[in-house]
Structure formats: C-alpha cells, structure tokens
Write a protein of this length. Sequence first.
Length: 386
Amino acid sequence: MVTRLLHVSDTHLGNRQYGSDVRREDFLDAFEEAIEYAIDQDVDAVIHTGDLFDSRDPRLPDLNRCIDALQRLDDADIPFLGIVGNHERKMDDQYLDLISKTGAAERLDESPRMVNDEVAVYGIDAVTKPAWHAKDFTLDEPLADAYTILCMHQLLHPPVPEIFAEHPLDDVLERVNLDLDALALGDYHETEGTIEDGTRVWYAGSTERCAKDETSPRTVSLLEIEDGDLTRRGKELNSRDFLPIPITFSEDDGREHAENEISRRNVDGKVVLVTVTGESTAVTSRDIREIVIDRGAAVCRVDDQRGGFEFDDEERSLGDIESADRLIEERLAEQNLSEISVEIEERVRTENVARSGFDDEVEEMMMKAQDEAFDSDVAVQTEGDE
Ligand SMILES: [Mn+2]
C-alpha cells in the first residue's frame, strides 16, 4: 500500500509584508492553494511543520480563512497534522489547539499518529535556544514495521548552511530514542534535503516569499511511502513574482530618469523592490512608488540609500534568523540559565505582564521549582544513607 502525505510549512498566515494587504491576501492564497492541491491529490494526510501563522496573535479574518480551508480538507476526510513554530508559539494553549477543537486539525506530539497503520508521524514544537539543552526528545514506540517521520521546526545543519543553523542535525538524531526513517522540517524557507545515517531529512520551504532573498520557487512536498521507501516531489505554488529594480541618480537626473528605468521592466502584478542610490535629487521615494504603482505593480517598496546608508528594518532574512526573539534567545542560551529562569523569561517576553495575577503565577512557579529541587536533594541523601 502507498501512503501519500502532503508536507506544507511556514505558511505565515497574517503576514502583512511591506505593510500590504495584497501580501496578506497572498499568504492566505498560497495556503489555500496547498490545501486545494492536497484535496485534488486525495492524499492520506497533510503535515504542517510550523509557522502556520506569522504571529502569536493572528487576526480573526486570517484565523477564519484558515479554519475554512481546513474544514474543506476535513470534508474530504484528509487529516491536518501540525506542530507549533517559533513565530506563533504562545506560552500555554496554542492557536492550533483552538483549531483542533473544530475537528479540522490535530496537534502532533511524542506519541505516534498512525496514517494507514503504516506510517507513524510524530511532532516536536519549536524549541527555543535556551531550552534546547534540557529538551526531552523521547518518542513513544510506534507499531512494528511502521515508517517513522518526526516533524520539527528548527534550523538544522545540514541541510541548512552552517552559518544560518542553530544546531547540528546529529544533535537531534542522537537524542531521539528511535531510529527515525525521516525528519520533516520547517523554519528554513528554502526547499533543501539531505540523508544522514539512513534518515531522510528535508525542508518543504515556505509557501510565500517572506524576504526578498527567497528567490527560488515556493513549494510544498508530496511524499509517497511504500515498503519503507520514501519519494519526495516538490510541487510549485503560484507565488507572486518579486522584481528588484536598482536606480542610480546622478545630480541632473529627475523624475524622467526614474520613469525610464521603471518602464524598461514589466512590473505588472509584481512585488517591486526599488533600491535607490547615487545623488540626492528632487525625486522622492513617494514619487518612485507612485510611478511603479501607476504601471500596475501590486506592491512597491522603495529603499532609498541616497545620502548615506539606511537600515532596512522591515526586511527579514532567510528563516527569520534575525528576528528579535531569535537574538534574545541566542544571548540567553549563552547564559546557561536554569529551566525555571528560561520559562519565566519567556513568560515576561511573550505575555502581557501587566495583567493581574502575573506576580502570583511567577511566585507559584518559583515555589514549585524550589520544592522540586528540595525533593530531589532529599532523594539523593536518602539514597546515600541506604
Ligand atoms: Mn518561518
């Protein structure tokens, strides 16, 4: 029997990229295209490896569209199995739990979710860097002879280039108690794969471009598993084209120069990213944006670098390595904090600390941690006495 799965990842629903509602719609469209493809292919399940939503507080219209799509999938009797990514991760209950209540999604965990009694799918949510060293990677045993797939949301090298990676791939393969057949990954937005010690490892990639350097086609991965063998095929999605246009101004160049540079390209329906360099002239970013939009571009962003370097703070790089949360977590990981410190820090950073009861909650967490530490000391002494 052949088991067919569609691997979708990093859909980032709600991403209003470049402040554009067109882009927000694009992210929804890409997700819906992936779901329609799953229905069309009549796969046995869809697996989603995190960053379903772009933020931990998605807006209701995005949540609604997401649930509508998942219900169409559910009507076709195709389960949607997901994990939680770093972008959307909240402290306790997750939006994926809320969606699960509609019956249109399931959250993967350390117990095997069998598909066709032949494939065991597991999931581990995104683990922050400070929590990584203490993370338990134990998975429950699957049915005998099952093909095992673990879904995770981390930047692992390989296949992620070492400079962008958070952890070595071996770190995961050594700490998981099972001999995994496959590791299906999210977080890295490019489609990349490798084989390590007989384990198939790959990233499905994001379904829309989250940054201008994500130039390759956006894909989902169709997986076919038969007799312990997995075949993966990429399916390209209809993502909107990005078009970079560099314009350099000399002292005498006016609006006409910008019009000439832009009219040489077909901007119709595209996301146009103009980089302006050279001399400061009377032509403003706003003028340039107006020309580009008048010629039919869907979105235009102008990065005006005339008269000195401007920090491009809206742009995000591959897999969001530069996100603020990532940088904070990077620094914290160097401190080698205790588990309780990591949890309290994360609560402070991700929740509304002004709400009443927060102090009590932290105090309770501290007491519990103290009790646990005290109990384990007693246990050690008792053992020593015997
Ligand atoms: Mn992502």
